[in-house]
Design a protein around this ligand. Structure first.
Ligand code: FMN
Length: 182
């Protein structure tokens, strides 16, 4: 796929078909992640790939913790969190992304974000849909407890065959977001 087509054609996909994804495609997405630039080439990214009952165990925990939080702070303060949980329930694959950086650098976070973007682009190139999910940060302790990893939680990414074809969202023009100094 042409680079511009990949960059401009990718969409956040929030509806998925139930069909499973062959493991080799998941591996191709992860391999693309490993080609991202990283601070001092530290390759701080780590991935936990969840399908089947492992995925259900996670989304059950997520939904339950969201319910508890919702009782505490009110459903009007839950934003898109329940919707994101439903998307994770529907998608055949959820990948939890971690930052294993040990230096405490801000740039370790940036490295992992670059890896996630590579994942989304590679998924799109393979015809897969994907979604970067930050709503896990409504209840990050639940994720930390569930996995017991020594790493920092960065994101969840869903993967699956798309069951929607959303229109592109508007982009701010370059002149609005950039200045040229000479
Ligand atoms: C850091 C980050 C966190 C996001 N978290 C969520 C999320 O929790 N739920 C969701 O539905 N979309 C989430 N998104 C997707 C954005 O809503 C989406 O990228 C944006 O609206 C632009 O749409 P596009 O990806 O189709 O271009 C997130 C995106 C990023 C980069």
């Amino acid at each position: 796929m042409d680079l511009d087509e990949a960059i401009k054609g990718r969409r956040s996909i929030r509806r998925y078909l139930a069909s499973p994804i062959p493991e080799e495609l998941i591996r191709a997405v992860l391999e693309a992640a490993t080609y991202a630039p990283s601070a001092k080439n530290g390759q701080q990214w780590r991935f936990t790939v969840l399908t089947g009952s492992a995925k259900k165990e996670l989304t059950d925990v997520f939904r339950q913790e969201l319910r508890i939080l919702s009782e505490e702070i009110g459903p009007e303060n839950m934003g898109s969190s329940f919707g994101s949980c439903a998307i994770m329930e529907e998608a055949p694959v959820v990948i939890v992304v971690w930052n294993a950086g040990e230096e405490g650098w801000e740039t370790e976070t940036h490295s992992v974000a670059a890896a996630i973007q590579n994942m989304l682009l590679k998924a799109h190139g393979l015809g897969l849909g994907s979604l970067w999910i930050g709503d896990i940060f409504y209840v990050p302790e639940a994720f930390m407890r569930h996995f017991g990893k020594p790493w920092e939680l960065m994101a969840a990414v869903t993967l699956g065959w798309p069951d929607q074809d959303p229109d592109p969202l508007p982009r701010k023009p370059v002149d609005l977001v950039a200045e040229f100094l000479d």
